[in-house]
Design a protein around this ligand. Structure first.
Ligand code: PMP
Length: 353
């Protein structure tokens, strides 16, 4: 840290992003990306005219993308704010509504804590139950912003929409942010509840179920007033926050519903095979509604298993957080990648038995 760095941010611990190896040497199951090609219909939208358009700034209102998202969820364009990855939408939320502080589970997406520190928002972590489920009663009337990933990050566990609604209704004086990065792999979105509740913000991404992590597109859905608040923050930070190529790709990907559904169904089926395979090897597997599973070896510690798999050419994710340190998080890849992972894990377990 240089002598010029902000004193206020001296304690800031940046988010540790998953490894992105440059050489393609690994079977990459560490950052919950989609193993399938992006929509070819969407990729086809990047033509010469679109490239020529790079001379100009992108549309600050992201009209085409906003309209495509609104059409998909049957809400008004004024209920949608596209962002540069859903991380940016989440950052806008912390900046806009953070005065009263924020709560989130003790095991969840690591960025919530980083945003809280960056934006000077006080935070409390609410422990998940011993089986990693969210205890809904802990989130009623908390007097702070509530941020919940559903399905939850790192565990993959899903909270039914009725329970989400109970939390939203139970905090009428505070904003409730539901981060649905993984919702398309087996959950029901809370997006339609934004019509009924003026305190609900649903955040989603194109990074997982629509194979566009590198395009960096996400969005928030909420009532007109909350979206106007987020717009205020966006136009005070980066008016051209979504680049024009990503806007074109994402809006067409939203329209290509059939391909999206096909890829999501494939990942859900592979997740079942991966879970079955791990259980057969004696693993503890947390029931996942996401495109990853959190699993614990009967013999090998989490950090060690991560290192052994890396040596075997397979990248998974390991977190040091005490409650999940014995586990590894495995992204659901193709059937071939899953078979290779199960084979490697099986060989390691045999060695360690
Ligand atoms: N929320 C959750 C729960 C995530 O796991 C991630 C991805 N790591 C994000 C948000 C951010 O995704 P992106 O910025 O790529 O949309």
């Amino acid at each position: 840290m240089s002598e010029y760095f902000s004193q206020r941010l001296a304690e800031l611990k940046p988010y540790t992003a998953g490894e992105q190896p440059k050489d393609g040497r690994y079977i990459k199951l560490n950052t919950n990306e989609n193993p399938y090609f992006p929509s070819r219909y969407a990729v086809g939208k990047i033509d010469g005219a679109r490239l020529d358009g790079l001379r100009l700034y992108s549309d600050p209102d992201c009209e085409q993308l906003t309209t495509a998202i609104a059409r998909y969820y049957n809400v008004k364009p004024s209920n949608v704010l596209p962002s540069n990855g859903s991380d940016e939408a989440l950052a806008f939320c912390f900046a806009a509504f953070g005065d009263c502080g924020v709560v989130f589970p003790d095991v969840t997406y690591g960025f919530y804590k980083v945003f809280a520190r960056l934006f000077g928002v006080s935070y409390d972590e609410i422990p998940l139950d011993s089986d990693f489920s969210v205890r809904v009663d802990d989130y009623i009337g908390v007097g702070k912003i509530v941020v919940l990933a559903n399905p939850n990050a790192q565990t993959g566990m899903y909270l039914p929409l009725k329970e989400i609604e109970r939390i939203v209704a139970g905090n009428p004086d505070n904003v409730v942010i539901i981060d649905e990065a993984y919702i398309d792999f087996g959950g029901e979105s809370a997006a339609r509840l934004t019509e009924k509740y003026g305190n609900l913000i649903v955040v989603q991404t194109f990074s997982k179920s629509r194979s566009l992590a590198g395009a960096r597109v996400g969005y928030a859905i909420a009532c007109d007033a909350l979206i106007a608040d987020l717009q205020r923050v966006k136009f005070s930070f980066n008016p051209y926050n979504v680049n024009s190529l990503s806007c074109a790709l994402a809006s067409a990907a939203m329209d290509d519903k059939a391909y999206f559904e096909q890829c999501a169904a494939k990942i859900i089926a592979t997740r079942a095979d991966l879970t079955k395979g791990l259980l057969a090897l004696g693993y503890t597997v947390i029931p996942s509604s996401a495109n990853f599973v959190l699993a614990k070896s009967p013999e090998i510690g989490g950090a060690e298993l991560y290192a052994l798999l890396k040596k075997a050419g397979i990248l998974v994710r390991h977190f040091d957080d005490a409650r999940i340190a014995d586990y590894i998080r495995i992204t659901v890849g193709t059937d071939e990648q899953t078979a290779a992972l199960l084979k490697a894990v099986g060989e390691l377990e045999e060695k360690y038995a």
